[in-house]
Design a protein around this ligand. Structure first.
Ligand SMILES: [Zn+2]
Length: 303
């Protein structure tokens, strides 16, 4: 068995207990067990947290010359941590990317269903990820796909209690292609599409400290829905001290539905220990679901 040649350049596969050569700064990716995994770096203990398919090693000081993975029965990839280059000279704006319209969508933007009874209003709730696509992983190995489904079900309960017609893109652990999700809204002539997710930070950020709620939208009609939901969500989560990042525009496949008001809710960061614990709390989940349903209802009533 030979390792791919590329790996020899910057990356090593240490065996448990193996001592590695000098690495200036490092991070780790690969299979990390449940909970923060402690390794020894230069005689000092450092924690590795799971953040999705990646794990991030935190608290490694430059100049460390030995990384010891003693006691670990997992494999790691160790390499130089990606460093963001500081920009030099005037910042050039990124070229505008042109995203294709969904092939089945039309252009007529739908207005909020302000004059209809809840029973005549259809909302599609999309539990993000599913099946082999786990989404992000929490420090103790909770998979984002499951946290999303639990929250999506709670949102359905809240909306159905108020009389709305709710369709789920999935109600079990299955993989659904990204573009098939907004298709469900289109096929059912839905009035709105809400995708539920839990967030993870980029690999070069400390997953213990990054935490906020945020709602993404792509166009103005999605933004109106997103703002209504985010107002209620931010208010509810403020009570527990969670920050909110507003309603930025984002080109996600599930928000890019030109005529159906669509948004993507990132409830919290499942990668932070506190965010993980909160995602597991049924009472908190019910409050989040009620806030999302309240926001939806504000929007549906023209508020
Ligand atoms: Zn996600």
């Amino acid at each position: 068995m030979t390792q791919p040649l590329l790996l020899a350049l910057t990356i090593a596969f240490p065996r448990p207990g193996q001592r590695l050569p000098y690495v200036e700064r490092c991070y780790m990716i690969g299979a990390v067990g449940p909970g923060p995994t402690n390794i020894t770096v230069g005689g000092r203990s450092a924690a590795v947290y799971r953040t999705g398919a990646w794990a991030t090693l935190v608290e490694v000081s430059p100049g460390t010359n030995v990384v010891d993975v003693a006691g670990s029965n997992h494999w790691f990839v160790i390499g130089p941590k990606p460093v963001r280059k500081p920009s030099s000279g005037p910042v050039k704006p990124a070229p505008e990317r042109v995203y294709g319209k969904l092939p089945y969508a039309d252009d007529a933007a739908r207005a909020a269903p302000t004059n209809r009874a809840p029973g005549e209003i259809t909302v599609v709730i999309d539990a993000g990820h599913g099946g082999r696509d786990t989404g992000a992983l929490s420090p103790h190995g909770i998979e984002e796909k499951d946290a999303n489904l639990r929250t999506a079900r709670a949102v359905r309960v809240e909306l159905e209690r108020r009389g709305y017609r709710v369709i789920m893109t999935r109600d079990d652990d299955r993989q659904i292609a990204l573009y098939d999700r907004p298709k469900v809204a289109h096929a059912n002539n839905a009035d709105a599409f809400i995708s539920i997710h839990h967030n993870a930070p980029p690999v070069d950020r400390d997953p213990r400290t990054v935490r906020y709620s945020v709602v993404y939208a792509w166009n103005e009609i999605g933004e109106n829905l997103g703002k209504a939901i985010n107002r209620r969500l931010a208010e509810t989560l403020k009570a527990e001290g969670l920050k909110n990042n507003g309603v930025p525009r984002a080109n996600y496949a599930v928000t890019r539905n030109p005529e159906i008001p669509s948004c993507l809710v990132e409830v919290d960061f499942i990668t932070s220990p506190e965010g993980e614990e909160a995602s597991w709390n049924p009472e908190r989940r019910r409050r989040v679901a009620a806030a999302i349903a309240d926001g939806f209802e504000d929007w549906a009533k023209g508020g």
